[in-house]
Write a protein that binds this ligand. Structure first.
Ligand SMILES: NC(=O)c1ccc[n+]([C@@H]2O[C@H](COP(=O)([O-])OP(=O)(O)OC[C@H]3O[C@@H](n4cnc5c(N)ncnc54)[C@H](O)[C@@H]3O)[C@@H](O)[C@H]2O)c1
Length: 332
């Protein structure tokens, strides 16, 4: 048995954000068509070390994608100089059942999560979108930025974080990385209001528990991606926006209505209901559900993530690496 081992540098060499956006679109389409088997994530507590180990697994036959992403949450790791959320993807050959690849799960999560916003933006945002507001400048922010820059001709990015220092450092780093490549100006916004003003696209990728911007300030025709809220008590999106958006889309209905506070909180209050969700992004991609129909509509997309994104993206990365001879090999 040959196992291909891929670190972040290998993955970046063989796979672009554009590839990832396509992989996520294909994954969500398969999911919405019922062509994947994605069981509930298995969570194991490890109380001796105050840790938790999570297993996100699934199978999508048409994509030959089978595997498990192991993500652990060990808050005390920081004291040992280790990452507190280590993640590794284990990919299995669906024909033989043999493990065929092990890859960096942290980078996989970042690229597939950025790409899912990229996919939603590509399907739903106005084609002439020029101004992008990004909320949050943590570990997930870079791929969120790259994804939107990949699918729309953005000229100005306004970054907001509760830490102005982090926002400024991020804007500077991203200017070096993407400024020339995409012909874009990236600046730190001094306030949430300044970031939202005139924004055509807004992405929130924070750990906030309450709205990060005033929904009434969102201009007509804007598209919003909500990425950070993955528990019922986390919410980044102003309830006003959820209620007043013309269309509300999700990556998976199950995830959105069971995990995301952005939707659960207004549903609990009785000001929004799950049947007002326009559809899953996969249904838009397969043409079952309409996307944006006018330049004045406000569209909102909520993602909580799914193993289908991990397995399909990982399988594509593996295939690219094998065809280009990239990565280490373990023989067993
Ligand atoms: N949808 C998905 O599939 C998916 C995948 C991975 C991570 N996530 C979630 O995305 C969120 C962000 O992840 P991360 O790794 O970048 O986190 P992080 O902790 O590295 O960074 C979060 C950033 O948000 C900022 N922030 C907090 N409140 C804010 C506010 N009110 N306004 C502006 N900025 C604010 C923080 O200052 C920090 O810079 C987390 O909640 C994470 O669980 C979602």
């Amino acid at each position: 048995m040959k196992i291909v081992v891929l670190n972040e540098a290998d993955m970046r060499r063989v796979f672009t954000m554009k590839d990832a956006v396509q992989a996520d679109k294909d994954a969500l389409k398969l999911y919405s068509e019922g062509k994947s088997n994605i069981p509930l994530r298995a969570n194991l507590d490890v109380p001796e070390y105050e840790g938790q180990s999570l297993y996100m697994y699934g199978y999508a036959a048409p994509a030959h994608a089978l595997g498990v992403k192991i993500v652990s949450v060990y808050p005390k790791n920081i004291e040992k100089g280790l990452t507190s959320v280590p993640a590794t993807m284990v990919l299995v050959n669906s024909e033989t059942g043999e493990v065929c690849s092990i890859m960096d799960g942290t980078f996989l999560t970042r690229i597939r999560t950025g790409a899912v916003s990229g996919a939603a933006t590509d399907e739903l945002a106005r084609k002439d979108s020029k101004v992008f507001a990004l909320f949050g400048t943590g570990g997930q922010a870079e791929t969120q930025l790259e994804a939107v820059l990949t699918v729309r001709p953005i000229e100005l990015v306004k970054v907001f974080d509760i830490s102005m220092e982090r926002a400024e450092a991020f804007a500077q780093r991203m200017t070096e990385q993407f400024g020339k490549k995409f012909g874009v100006k990236i600046i730190a916004a001094a306030s949430s209001e300044e970031a939202v003003e005139d924004a055509d696209i807004i992405t929130t990728v924070t750990t906030a528990k309450k709205a990060v911007f005033d929904g009434k300030l969102v201009k007509r025709g804007a598209h919003i991606n909500g990425v950070g809220s993955y528990t019922p008590d986390m919410a980044e999106i102003d309830e006003y926006l959820v209620i007043n958006a013309d269309k509300v889309y999700v990556d998976t209905r199950d995830g959105a209505v069971n995990e995301s506070g952005d939707l659960i909180q207004p549903i609990k209050k009785g000001v929004f209901s799950a049947d007002r969700i326009t559809g899953e992004l996969g249904e838009v991609i397969s043409g079952k559900v309409p996307g944006r129909v006018s330049d004045s509509e406000i569209t909102f997309f909520e993602t909580t993530g799914s193993a289908v994104l991990d397995i399909v993206t990982a399988q594509r990365i593996y295939e690219c690496a094998v065809s280009q001879g990239i990565g280490g090999i373990i023989e067993m």
